[in-house]
Design a protein around this ligand. Structure first.
Ligand code: HEC
Length: 374
């Protein structure tokens, strides 16, 4: 008999293959062994799961040898389990929801010192031009507003965070700002004898305060402290709208029934409605150099815009920078989308084809052909 040479053994695959002609043992036996090993592993897993569920406590796991009995016991276990399996997550959910609810009950709600009525009238929302995304301050309005501050508010309110130099180019020329600074005297550094002298103001000096200290301010204002206005627009809910409403909101007479304590003035926008500051703006109080009519609301608008500048002197620059950032990042974003599509194009347009091996070949290998037997 000729020596069988099927199949050609690959040098890198040491497994012996079974020959469909001479039935030499090998790969087939390996496959059967693997299948039986898998089956027993599956049964062991089922038995272990049943034991864990405690549905078959009296039966040792080894007795559930047939797959029929083990599947029967597993279905019995699943029908018995819902209450116990659901109790733990349901309980945990109840505890979690209860904890959040109790925490919200204790700490989550706003606590208001005053009723909404006492809180003051909510200011009207005005269409401030400078608050729009693409708008700057109206700088002639800033100049007028600074005039109103200087001629009206500065006698009571300080603006201590604003140096003269920041007025240059925003609402004053250099010469105007220098002349304004020189109107006031500031302390010098101590000289050789340790004496502090007075010198005229410079551009680097800050706007002077009307009072020496808070006590003097209170003493001059019936016990009320006129707050510093540098950050007032940011410090009050409603910002520009609130201050505009406050300045223009003094009625001729307090409404009937309103209780106005001695020394206070009625203003519906001020929390508590009794404010120590009386109405300060009246038509034609100041004379604008650009010919704008100085109505009460015009002055209020100008001074509020000026105070907004004082609180956010960087606003114009910030908005310009924001538009630059948007422009640059949108170009970069478009570029990165293009690069991503470019890099992924070969993968996205690739077609993967799976050619399954021909099954009939395997069958003919396992079944010896009759004609070869002869
Ligand atoms: C006669 C002094 C005086 C003048 C002038 C004056 N104020 Fe006042 N202002 C006060 C006092 C006093 C308070 C404190 C009020 C209080 O706490 O009841 C005050 C408070 C304020 C407040 C804070 C309100 C709040 O919500 O706490 C703002 C804003 C304000 N003033 C703006 C101005 C502006 C703008 C001007 C100029 C147009 C001006 N004031 C002129 C005395 C003055």
């Amino acid at each position: 008999m000729e020596k069988c040479s099927w199949p050609p053994l690959s040098p890198i695959d040491p497994r012996p293959a079974v020959c469909p002609l001479c039935q030499a043992p090998g790969q087939l036996h390996v496959a059967m062994l693997a299948r039986s090993a898998l089956r027993s592993a599956r049964q062991a897993g089922l038995a272990a799961r049943n034991a864990a569920r405690k549905t078959t406590p009296s039966r040792p796991a080894s007795t559930s040898s047939s797959s029929a009995s083990s599947s029967a016991s597993s279905s019995a276990g699943s029908s018995a389990s819902p209450w116990t399996t659901n109790a733990l997550p349901a309980g945990a959910t109840v505890v979690a929801v209860g904890t959040v609810a109790w925490y919200y009950h204790l700490f989550g709600r706003n606590v208001d010192a005053m009723t909404p009525a006492e809180e003051g009238l909510h200011p009207t929302k005005y269409p401030w031009e400078h608050e729009k995304w693409s708008k700057t301050f109206d700088h002639s309005s800033l100049r007028r507003g600074f005039q109103v501050y200087r001629e009206v508010c500065a006698s009571c309110h300080s603006l201590s965070r604003i140096p003269y130099r920041s007025l240059v180019g925003t609402m004053l020329t250099v010469d105007e700002a220098k002349a304004l600074a020189e109107e006031n005297e500031y302390d010098t550094e101590p000289n050789d004898q340790g004496d502090i002298e007075q010198r005229p103001g410079k551009l680097s000096d800050y706007l002077p305060s009307p009072y020496k200290n808070d006590e003097a301010a209170r003493a001059a204002n019936n016990g009320a402290l006129p707050p510093d206005l540098s950050l007032m627009v940011k410090a009050r809910h409603g910002g520009c709208n609130y201050i505009f409403s406050l300045l223009t909101g003094y009625p001729e007479e307090p409404p009937a029934g309103a209780v106005v304590p001695e020394g206070l003035n009625f203003n519906p926008y001020f929390p508590g409605t009794g404010i120590a500051m009386a109405r300060v703006l009246y038509d034609d109080l100041v004379e604008y150099e650009d010919g704008t009519k100085a109505s009460t609301s015009q002055m209020a608008k100008d001074v509020v815009e000026f105070l907004n500048w004082a609180a956010e002197p960087e606003m114009d620059e910030r908005k310009k920078m924001g538009w630059k950032v948007l422009a640059v990042t949108s170009v970069l974003f478009a570029l990165s989308v293009w690069v991503k599509r470019y890099k992924w194009a070969p993968l996205k347009t690739r077609k993967l084809v799976y050619n399954p091996p021909v099954q009939s070949d395997v069958l003919s290998r396992l079944q010896p052909k009759p004609k070869n037997k002869s």
